[in-house]
Each structure stands twice: as C-alpha cells, then as structure tokens.
Design a protein around this ligand. Structure first.
Ligand code: SF4
Ligand code: ZN
Length: 309
C-alpha cells in the first residue's frame, strides 16, 4: 500500500487509506489543531492544565497542545494522580515525569494515599467487605476527578486538557446510554460542557477525532516512551465489555465508532439544554462544587466508611 500523501510505503492504515511514517505525525497534529479550532477548545488567554495519566493518550495530547501553548506564550502545567494501582501507575508516572522534564512542563503529582489515607485497591477491598455496590473503576474515577478539578483550580487553570480519544468517547457514549445516565451524556463532546460554575474547570478533548491506533502510532513515531498496556483492573470493567462489543461491530461495519461520536455531537446540545443548567451547590462535607448536597467523592467515602457524616 502506498502513502496517500507522498506515494512512499504506507505503513499506517486509516479509514481513508494508508500513510507513511513520515506523513503520519503531521496528519495527526493537523487533525488535533482542526478540532481545537473548530470547537474553540481554548484561547491564548487560558491557563492549561494537562491531566496526565502517563499513558499514550495523555502524553500525545500534551505533546501537541504544549507546542501551541508555547508559541502563544501561555501558562501550562500538568497534574498526575497516583491512585496506587500497583505495577502500573508508578511506571506511568515515571514516564510522565520524564516527558514533562523533556518538554520543560511544570508538573504536580497527587496521591490517593495522601488524600484518602488509602490506595484505590485498599479502598476497594474495604468496599467489597462492606458489600458496597461500586466497581473499582467507578471508585477510582470519582475520587480522581475531585483531586484533578480541585488542584487544577487551585493552581490557576482555566481549562483542563484530557487525553480522551475517539474510542474512549464512543465507549463512554454507549455506557451512558446503556446505564440511562442522560445527565452524564450532557458532558460528552470535544468540550465537556460542564456547568459554568467557577469551581468546575472545563475539560477539553483535543484527541476527540483520533483513534486509539492513531494515538499509539503518534507516540511511537515521536519516540514518546509510554507503557502500551492497560490498567490491570480494566479487564473487569464495564468499559472493557462495551469496548469489545464496539470493536466487533466496527470489524463488521467499519466507521461505526466515528458514526457514534458524530451523532453524539449532534445530540449533545439538545441534551445540554435540558440537563446542564441544574443548580450547582457546594458539598456540605468537602466544600467542592457538586450537583447534590454531598459530592460523589464524599458520598463514596462515606459509604465505605472512610469519612463519617
Ligand atoms: Fe482506575 Fe479503572 Fe482506570 Fe484502572 S482502569 S486506572 S482502576 S479507572
Ligand atoms: Zn464532598
């Protein structure tokens, strides 16, 4: 197969044809730029916080966006959260540190064990013993989001750049649909559309139209060292289940993933009108913004007995 841009050998397969290893990184970066421009994801006045897991998506997006930010002389920094997933996150956070040091990006790391006194896995053990109905990933996601939002805000960010790619967004869309979480669907799209409450830092997704394979190819070709393996808990998650179903449909009907997110983009503004303006309160326990009187983090910690209220 020949590269559709230069006729060299095209090693990387896209839906519209093949690209060679020389043309691909530029194609990828242009795709990200287009998403940023089309959806006005940030302006030169924004202070950007990269939410870095240390995995391929978060480092790829930070690589591309930091180049723009540097040209525009914007302030930027990165935050990593160590949930305490053994033999996994500590390796990724080392990759994150090396990456940030290499590009001169200021970074901050926060740990579940400092914040909650326990790691994600220790908290999950307690939850299981107590019969609390929560999955490892739900617990992890809720508790990580609060740290990210609060620390990004405290450090002065006005936008949080996340590495969610096309595959993630297609999965999240169907997961929310299957679970009937219409309010969560309102947060889909290249910009999260979270409430305008000043306590919430809006999250932006410049990799919205980039697939998993494209992001992996970009980090490989740019020589960004990352761990190409999933968190050990992912295999038991609902996300993994949905991912496998989507991949199998995509195999039989190519273009399904793209079609899901293109339709989501059309539907989301309608859902937002109905759901996004719900009143934002302040959590009575931790003081963080919340849609209910107790935020999801405090509610989860209360259920597993780590806080009393
Ligand atoms: Fe946390 Fe689940 Fe992601 Fe692992 S896969 S880091 S447990 S949310
Ligand atoms: Zn709270």
């Amino acid at each position: 197969m020949k590269c559709i841009l230069c006729n060299r050998k095209g090693e990387i397969e896209l839906q519209q044809g093949h690209l060679c290893e020389k043309c691909f990184p530029e194609y990828f970066q242009k795709k990200v730029y287009r998403t940023i421009r089309k959806y006005r994801l940030f302006s030169k006045d924004d202070v950007l916080c990269f939410a870095l897991s240390g995995g391929k998506d978060s480092l790829a997006v930070a690589y591309v966006v930091s180049q723009i930010a540097r040209k525009q002389k914007q302030r930027m920094f990165a935050i990593g959260v160590d949930e305490g997933v053994k033999n996994y996150r500590e390796i990724q956070l080392e990759d994150m540190k090396r990456f940030c040091d290499g590009l001169g990006i200021e970074y901050h790391i926060f740990r579940f064990s400092d914040e909650y006194g326990k790691t994600n896995e220790e908290m999950m053990d307690i939850a299981r013993k107590k019969g609390v109905d929560i999955s490892q990933c739900t617990l992890c996601g809720i508790l990580r989001r609060r740290i990210l939002n609060r620390e990004a805000r405290n450090l002065g960010a006005t936008k949080m750049v996340v590495g969610h790619n096309l595959d993630d967004e297609a999965q999240t869309s169907l997961m929310n649909l299957f679970k009937g979480s219409v309010d969560l669907m309102a947060r889909l799209g290249p910009a999260s559309g979270d409430s305008k409450h000043k306590g919430f830092i809006p999250r932006i997704k410049p990799l919205y139209f980039c697939t998993n394979e494209e992001t992996a190819a970009f980090t490989r070709l740019k020589g960004i060292k990352v761990l190409y393996k999933a968190c050990p808990h992912r295999k038991d998650s609902f996300r993994e289940y949905v991912d496998k179903k989507i991949e199998s449909i995509e195999k039989d009907y190519p273009g399904t993933k793209t079609s899901i997110i293109q339709n989501i983009i059309k539907i989301v503004p309608l859902i937002r009108k109905e759901y996004i303006n719900s009143e934002i309160k302040v959590c009575r326990i931790c003081g963080e913004p919340s849609r209910n009187s107790t935020c999801k983090s405090c509610d989860t910690l209360r259920k597993i007995g780590l806080i009393k209220a």
